[in-house]
Design a protein around this ligand. Structure first.
Ligand code: ADP
Ligand code: MG
Length: 698
């Protein structure tokens, strides 16, 4: 799709030249810059500051207060003296005067400064003020001669770059400034004029200069707005273009209208919610059309995503195809296998389970049946993407709990069929705008309602003073025949982190409730052992399950009604919500107890959110606000290009405009073929190289 290359001899060419063309950069320094990911002049000018220091605000010596960073102009009033308070430490000191007083400029281990200053010369200093009674000094100040024409480190807003030890801020700053000089006025604007005027975006050369060395706050804001907008626009355009070409390049399967669909839906043990019905209609439409379905179903924990997947699989099988459902754990695979079998067995549909721990002979049998087509639906774990799994006519691929799988794994499974339709399901609901970016190459359906009659889980944040009451509560619930989860943040005790570990908690609990059956499950256990413990809990042979977050995903134990979470302050809100989703799955009232050992205000607020709402969308929005999307997901995991300047959450408003602009551009020129869009296209190609490989377009 992105065949045409940019004009090699054009002005953009300078951006592709090696950084060794920049003044002051030889081979060895170039290597240090390479470590920061800077290879070309273009990389250098787009290596954006992580922060800024305003060195343009001057004070007189008498105006200075302790601890502040400030600039001042003064005259050298003494020779530099050097003292050696202990081995390995020398201190250089010089006194500096202005009309209002005298101050000492002080450096550490900078012997070369001994001869740097002459009495009577005027300098500008910037540094941290240290003031004790009548004594005042400025520590490690940067300095430049007051009459020097070209002051780089004082008198202006100075950028601070992410850096490694060997490259000082000064070197990076000078290098980037020299690079800017080389490209000055020569960067071509990739944004078409009509977009720039409509969204009031500054010109690219201006933006690049002012993001590094802003003339004032206003010019910084304009520069950043433009660059963030551009980055988000490219991201959005790239994702939409990938989606377009996926839809165009491959002809998908036209699944049939199935007459039995209605009676199948009526045969289910419950009535579908309106939201489930609506989402299934969207899926049905995709499946019947010729385009390849790439759809994400978002829905809160317990919203009933599985049954929607079941309907889609039913349709696929009744149209003469096979379907595959991939889930992250064996227990979940087994549970899905059982419940789906219940729904489908009367319809003559042949379902198989494929997991890593099955006996070889059983596995072999299933692999053969999958290959010869006698199995209609295969439900399994990662085992499904192994090379030896072949299908006769795979038409529909579904991944459950999408956040546990990468893009690559999804696509590996898809490639086992001939352009099968694809459905991914996630219980980590996120705001739609963000979903559009993170899953930009997918269509999105949302199940925004829970089945009726659910009792919301009652949630209480408590501290250690409640320990005994909670233990009594656990005992009471167990005596009523119910089961309890206890979740801990760590597996083993650690000196470094003060938090409860699963191993220690399991011991304590076993001691405290010696008459009850207590199990322990955590991530370091062998898969088979984990599964065995989990199975014990599922089958009701354990009263209390102590665990780490391994139980976060999808498992259904309707008889478990109490979840205790230790050190709840250590978990993200979205994760707490996922964990809480393990209870409240049966008819009895369920409870979630959050032990919060932190006294911080933020922590209390977060616990309040959990107490107040059961709505995963609300919770994830709060979580994003607190933690930011980077930590929330890791964009890498989603196969997205790294963002250099934009922050998907904080720049949500710009994101909305950029999305609007992307749609506008594509509506004019779907394949970005017009002259005014060629530069955009080249940039997208650059940005998305690895993603395009992932989805097999390059
Ligand atoms: P999730 O969206 O978290 O994957 P599930 O698909 O596991 O949720 O469904 C949770 C429970 O709700 C299951 O026991 C399922 O049978 C039940 N369920 C699903 N849809 C409905 C409905 N429309 N009415 C009543 N119960 C439902
Ligand atoms: Mg589920």
């Amino acid at each position: 799709m992105y065949k045409e290359k940019g004009n090699e001899k054009g002005t953009e060419y300078i951006l592709q030249k090696s950084i060794q063309h920049i003044k002051g950069i030889g081979q060895s320094r170039a290597m240090l810059f390479n470590k920061l990911g800077i290879f070309t002049i273009g990389d250098a000018v787009t290596y954006f500051p992580r922060d800024y220091e305003d060195r343009g605000r001057f004070k007189t010596i008498s105006q200075m207060s302790d601890g502040e960073m400030c600039s001042f102009e003064g005259v050298i009033a003494s020779k530099v003296t050097e003292s050696r308070p202990r081995r390995g430490l020398t201190i250089q000191k010089v006194s500096v005067r202005d009309n209002t007083g005298t101050i000492f400029a002080v450096w550490f281990n900078q012997s070369y400064l001994k001869n740097a200053f002459r009495i009577g010369e005027k300098y500008i200093f910037f540094g941290k003020v240290n003031k004790k009674n009548s004594y005042i000094e400025i520590q490690n100040p940067v300095y430049e001669k007051a009459d020097s024409e070209n002051k780089k480190n004082t008198c202006r807003i100075v950028p601070i770059y992410p850096s490694t030890a060997k490259l000082t801020q000064n070197i990076i700053r000078t290098t980037i400034e020299n690079a800017l000089e080389l490209v000055s006025g020569k960067i071509e604007d990739c944004l078409p004029q009509y977009i720039r005027s409509k969204y009031k975006l500054s010109e690219i050369n201006y933006a690049i200069c002012n993001i590094h060395f802003p003339k004032c706050d206003e010019s910084f804001k304009m520069a950043r707005y433009r660059l963030v907008f551009e980055e988000l626009l490219l991201l959005q355009l790239g994702l939409l273009s990938i989606k377009n070409s996926l839809e165009n390049s491959k002809k998908g399967i036209r699944f049939k209208k199935i007459a039995e669909m209605q009676s199948f839906i009526e045969s289910l043990p419950f009535k579908l919610t309106d939201a489930q019905m609506m989402v299934f209609k969207e899926i049905e439409k995709d499946m019947e059309s010729e385009k390849v379905m790439n759809r994400l179903v978002q829905g809160d924990v317990g919203s009933g995503k599985t049954i929607v997947a079941v309907l889609a699989m039913f349709k696929a099988v009744k149209s003469g195809y096979q379907a595959a459902l991939m889930v992250p754990t064996e227990i979940l695979a087994e549970q899905h296998y059982k419940s789906i079998n219940e729904h489908m067995s009367k319809y003559g549909i042949n379902i198989a389970l494929l997991t890593g721990s099955q006996p070889k002979s059983k596995k072999q049998e299933i692999l053969e049946q999958t290959k010869d087509g006698s199995v209609d639906i295969v439900i399994g774990t990662h085992a499904l993407i192994e090379d030896n799994v072949l299908f006769e006519r795979l038409g529909l691929v579904i991944t459950d709990e999408q956040h546990r799988f990468g893009v690559r794994q999804r696509n590996t499974l898809s490639k086992k069929g001939d352009n099968p339709d694809m459905l991914v399901m996630t219980a980590t609901p996120i705001p739609r705008t963000l979903a559009l970016i993170l899953y930009g190459d997918l269509d999105i359906s949302i199940i925004n309602e829970l089945p009726p009659g659910r009792k919301p889980v009652k949630t209480y944040a408590v501290d250690n003073s409640m320990r005994e009451r909670i233990n009594n509560f656990i005992r009471k619930k167990v005596s009523e025949g119910q089961q309890v989860y206890i979740v801990c943040p760590l597996i083993e005790e650690s000196d470094a982190i003060d938090a409860k570990s699963a191993v220690k908690t399991a011991e304590d609990i076993a001691n405290c409730f010696s008459d009850l059956r207590v199990g322990l499950i955590h991530g370091k256990m062998k898969q088979a052992d984990k599964e065995a413990v989990m199975r014990g809990f599922v089958e009701g042979n354990l009263d209390i399950l102590v665990s780490t977050t391994v139980i976060e995903v999808g498992v259904n134990v309707p008889n478990a009604t109490v979840m205790v979470i230790e050190n709840a302050e250590r978990f993200g809100l979205a994760q707490l919500h996922q964990l809480r989703g393990r209870v409240g799955r049966g008819s009895a009232q369920s409870y979630c107890i959050l032990f919060n050992e932190s006294r911080s205000q933020v922590s209390r607020e977060r616990m309040k959110v959990m107490e107040k709402t059961n709505d995963g969308f609300v919770i994830s929005e709060k979580d994003l606000k607190i933690r930011g999307p980077g930590e929330f997901f890791g964009t890498r995991q989603h196969g997205l290009p790294d963002l250099k300047i934009a922050n998907l959450y904080r720049d949500m408003d710009i994101l909305k405009s950029a999305q609007e602009a992307a749609l506008e551009i594509l509506s004019k020129d779907r394949h970005l073929e017009k002259d005014e869009h060629l530069k955009l296209r080249n940039k997208i190609e650059e940005m998305f190289l690895s993603k395009l490989k992932d989805v097999g377009l390059n």
